[in-house]
Design a binder for this molecule. Structure first.
Ligand code: NI
Length: 268
């Protein structure tokens, strides 16, 4: 049965106020769907206490990451020690999301580049992987990742929207690529072709919930159970069985984030 194969949402925002009214039910639905874990991300100082509370409430089930998002110019800058310490707290599995955003923010953006470099150095100190947000900035983000030797910590390009050439460069540089609900949008044939060309061993699935709900929930609040739809779309694009995509992307997520969970994968 399909439902028996575990899958992991590697990027959601369960601290978002969009989940304040029914967060426990959203997590109940994840368990009911057979999800063994999810990685939920805090993007500012404000969200961090809420993230810590959530990780305490769901130990061994929800895992976290924190970094000040590149879209926030006027934010306190934590130093490398503080970021590394936070990434080493119980339940924290990565540093992010971090990176470059040339879509929402315009030059001069040296503050963004500097913050990104600091996050990479902190991730290496903490020996935790990086979750990368790059919008209209994939190539430069990758240059910085290479220059800072981010592959030593590991990195994933989340919500990937770049070209096949960039995806290949990410894989060659030792990185992972993760797709969200936009992979299912009708107009995104080119992105599905990119997904088809990436080795399954370097792919992960995510929702970015509450944003980016996949078809047929597009425009509604997304939630982690919808990450399965992303795996189905990758399977269609690659001409594979969805089970194969679920198995491999789950294994990738467990290894990449070093999730301390036991997987009961039934052989159906
Ligand atoms: Ni996000």
């Amino acid at each position: 049965m399909n439902a028996a194969i575990p899958f992991i949402d590697t990027h959601c925002h369960l601290t978002d106020k969009a989940f304040d009214a029914d967060r426990a039910e959203v997590i109940d639905r994840m368990r009911a769907a057979g999800m063994p874990a999810a990685v939920t991300i805090a993007c500012s100082d404000d969200e961090l206490p809420k993230l810590r509370e959530l990780l305490r409430a769901y130990p061994g089930y929800l895992f976290g990451a924190w970094a000040v998002h590149p879209e926030y110019p006027d934010h306190r800058e934590a130093d490398e020690d503080e970021i590394a310490r936070c990434a080493s707290e119980p339940g924290m599995v990565a540093v992010g999301e971090t990176g470059l955003d040339f879509y929402w923010c315009k030059e001069p953006l040296d503050w963004q580049r500097e913050r990104f470099r600091r996050h990479i150095r902190a991730a290496k100190m903490a020996e935790k992987p990086l979750i990368i947000h790059a919008r209209d900035a994939e190539a430069e983000a990758l240059e910085i990742l290479k220059a800072e030797k981010a592959a030593e910590a590991g990195f994933v390009m989340h919500c990937f929207c770049g070209t096949a050439a960039t995806a290949r460069d990410v894989v060659d540089a030792g990185g992972f690529v993760s797709f969200t609900g936009n992979l299912t949008f009708k107009r995104n044939d080119a992105l599905r072709a990119v997904a088809a060309a990436i080795p399954l061993e370097r792919l992960m699935i995510e929702t970015d919930a509450p944003y980016m709900a996949p078809v047929p929930w597009r425009g509604k609040r997304s939630e982690p159970i919808h990450s399965r739809r992303v795996a189905e779309t990758i399977a269609e694009a690659k001409g594979l069985e969805v089970e194969a995509v679920l198995r491999q992307t789950t294994e990738n997520a467990v290894q990449f984030f070093r999730l301390p969970i036991g997987l009961a994968v039934s052989n159906d």
